[in-house]
Write a protein that binds this ligand. Structure first.
Ligand SMILES: NC(=O)c1ccc[n+]([C@@H]2O[C@H](COP(=O)([O-])OP(=O)(O)OC[C@H]3O[C@@H](n4cnc5c(N)ncnc54)[C@H](O)[C@@H]3O)[C@@H](O)[C@H]2O)c1
Length: 386
């Protein structure tokens, strides 16, 4: 095979975005040949361009028209369609979150493990952004020393009532499985897990429908504790304006701060713990050197991840975001929410069956009535976050 025949399942906001750069030829050795959506009007422009169109994933998957698919549907279908695609012998790129909850993620990963020759990747495009790659290097090179604290205030995921009304699945337990944590923050939670590994304990305080007429969480504060004693705070909201995006990691050798597209590293000239032990007076501090770290925005982050997916299929290149790593962000989102719902700290790895049961209970008890309103001419790319 010297070219990947690709299909997209789910032609909403993000499916359309993927189709756009693929049809412009931005990903060499990849041909978009088929699109699939349960909304037939979304298929017309692609039919006119000569692509194969399908109104159901159940028809595209066995069709043999494609070697690989991007699954860009609402969350629960990531698992069912993803598993079907893998079982049918296809390579799979699944949109974030890889599943609506951890138990489903485990099911999807189990199927991927049974098909090790097929590539299973996840759409975590922040991993292509230099700002996070540079922070990762500081951690890997031990420039930060031992990590002691992390905090991310990411309250600038502002969304309007019209956004939530734009899709029947959005912000419902039944259709989405969660709110700001599982949708918008999945990217940030992936970055945290990718950079720092998983915490051992999580305590979340989630407010359900604090700012919007929705049944899921839209305002969250969570505390995290890591196995070696580092602590973390994660604060997010879709209701706060202007909001803040400040990511800070402190280690024994310094502190890195990413805020307002500026990345700074305050480098301690001595390890703060050793300095404390050896200092002979009480009010001194290690000397500190301020370093500005320059970076550029990734030009086409989604296309870069699809290029990497194609290179993994054709050349065996390592994945930037392997699908199975997607379980971590799902688990963080689930743990913060579950902890809040039961009013207790949750130990990780969390009990995925217990959370699934709680979610099913929320679905069964829901009295929420969703009003869907069509949004016209909205600029979806404005929703992208770095
Ligand atoms: N990586 C990113 O930057 C990014 C950005 C936005 C959304 N997303 C993710 O992409 C997914 C879709 O989000 P969206 O905003 O595009 O949603 P959307 O509601 O705009 O679109 C979803 C589409 O899926 C179709 N669909 C639903 N069930 C289907 C099925 N069984 N088979 C085929 N098509 C089906 C619907 O008809 C709709 O067109 C979500 O998981 C979301 O979290 C990722």
């Amino acid at each position: 095979m010297n070219k990947v025949r690709l299909g997209i399942i789910g032609m909403g906001n993000v499916g359309k975005h993927h189709a756009g750069y693929l049809l412009e030829g931005k990903v060499p050795r990849c041909e978009l040949v088929a699109v699939c959506s349960t909304s037939p009007q979304k298929l017309e422009p692609y039919k006119a361009k000569g692509l194969k169109v399908f109104d159901r994933a159940e028809k595209l998957v066995p069709s043999r028209e494609v070697d690989a698919v991007i699954v860009a549907t609402p969350h629960y279908q990531h698992t069912s369609i993803g598993m079907a695609a893998l079982e049918a012998g296809m390579h799979l790129m699944v949109e974030k979150p890889i599943s609506a909850h951890k138990a489903d993620a485990e099911r999807l990963i189990a199927v991927a493990k049974r098909h090790p020759k097929q590539v299973f990747a996840a759409m975590f495009q922040l991993r292509t952004e230099l700002r996070y790659l540079k922070i990762r290097k500081l951690i890997q090179n031990s420039d930060l020393g031992e990590i002691v604290r992390m905090s991310w205030i990411i309250t600038d995921w502002y969304r309007t009532e019209a956004y939530y009304a734009s899709g029947g699945w959005r912000a419902t337990w039944r259709g989405e499985g969660g709110g700001v944590l599982l949708n918008q923050c999945l990217h940030n939670l992936d970055v945290i897990a990718w950079l720092l590994g998983m915490p051992s304990r999580v305590r979340g305080f989630c407010q359900l429908g604090r700012y919007h007429n929705i049944e899921v969480e839209d305002n969250v504060t969570a505390c995290l504790e890591y196995p070696k004693g580092a602590t973390g705070v994660f604060i997010t909201s879709t209701g706060e304006a202007p909001g803040t995006n400040r990511f800070e990691i402190a280690g024994t050798r310094g502190k890195v701060v990413l805020e307002n597209s500026r990345l700074t590293f305050a480098r301690n000239e001595a390890d703060m713990i050793e300095f404390s032990k050896s200092a002979k007076v009480g009010f001194v501090k290690p000397e500190v050197r301020q370093e500005d770290i320059s970076f550029e925005d990734a030009a086409t982050p989604h296309a870069t991840l699809i290029q990497n997916f194609v290179d993994a299929i054709l050349d065996g290149k390592p994945l930037i975001a392997p699908g199975e790593e997607g379980v971590h962000s799902v688990e963080l989102a689930n743990a913060m929410l579950y902890s809040s719902l039961i009013g207790q700290t949750v130990e990780l790895p969390m009990d995925s069956a217990a959370f699934e049961k709680k979610l099913q209970q929320l679905i069964a008890e829901s009295k929420f009535e969703k009003k869907v309103v069509e949004i016209k001419d909205d600029d979806f790319t404005k929703s992208f976050h770095r």
